[in-house]
Write a new protein. Structure first.
Length: 253
């Protein structure tokens, strides 16, 4: 595949001087690789794309399989927002909006088409001497994916944009993503709350929390925490995994 790395680099260097893009034919996980490099002191802003991951990772210790055509990349950079909460939502908004108006977000990290998952986001941070380093990993299904064994059936971008490939998807989303991260670092999540609400697939749905609680999802607060109305009052969920139930409550595509 031809990756338009040089032209994309030039566009982003006005935001992040020294920014580079690297494409590897194969790596275990782009997130893991950038963390390894950061431990060696390599913390300049970089976008690492893998044409194939052999041990892609998802949230909550899950694996991320991309057997079909996929765009898998991680953006690594020093980042110092006043407040980290809501970063994954800011990234999700940029990914969804740049790819298609039909995409929605499932708090906190998934991009959905209808009731199926099209993309996932895995954000990891670490401190190295005085630098706080963030790795923002994104995996997007580009071609058909088998839903066998998946908790949430899969969607792929080619359904919405016939003929698109991974390089084309990166071209669409990189600049909006970089601007979203820059804005988040300056102003936090609060200015993005309204945009998230317009994309929120859980709004008004009955949800089950992994701690056994349940209630109705009522959007997010200014810090990106999910608000859930329960019989015992409003709960503010920051990290618990949330499952939608029943799936039939989610609006159709
Ligand atoms: C999830 O849905 O649980 C998050 C999936 C994140 C997958 C991406 S693919 C690129 C980057 N490298 C990884 O190992 N994971 C992220």
């Amino acid at each position: 595949m031809i990756w338009p790395t040089s032209s994309l680099e030039v566009g982003i260097r006005s935001l992040w001087p020294g920014f580079s893009i690297q494409v590897l034919p194969e790596i275990d996980s782009t997130n893991s690789e950038l963390m390894r490099r950061a431990r060696l002191g390599l913390v300049d802003p970089v976008l690492l794309v893998a044409e194939r991951q052999t041990a892609g990772r998802g949230r909550l210790g899950r694996s991320w399989q991309s057997d079909g055509a996929a765009l898998t990349f991680s953006l690594g950079l020093p980042l110092a927002p006043a407040d980290w909460s809501g970063l994954s939502l800011a990234v999700g908004i940029a990914v969804a909006q740049s790819l298609s108006p039909r995409l929605r977000l499932k708090w906190p990290n998934d991009v959905w088409l209808g009731q199926r998952k099209l993309a996932g986001i895995l954000i990891e941070t670490a401190s190295f001497s005085d630098v706080r380093y963030a790795v923002i990993g994104v995996g997007i299904n580009i071609g058909p994916v088998s839903s066998e064994g998946l908790a949430t059936p899969a969607a792929w971008l080619g359904e919405l944009l016939p003929g698109i490939d991974a390089a084309g998807a990166l071209q669409r989303l990189l600049s909006p993503l970089a601007h979203a991260i820059q804005t988040f670092a300056k102003d936090g999540f609060a200015p993005l709350q309204t945009q998230f609400h317009a994309l929120d697939v859980l709004a008004g749905c009955e949800v089950t929390l992994s701690d056994g609680g349940n209630g109705r999802a009522m959007g997010v607060d200014q810090g990106g925490a999910l608000l859930v109305h329960t019989v015992a009052g409003q709960r503010r969920i920051t990290s618990t995994e949330v499952r939608v139930r029943p799936a039939g409550d989610v609006s159709p595509e």
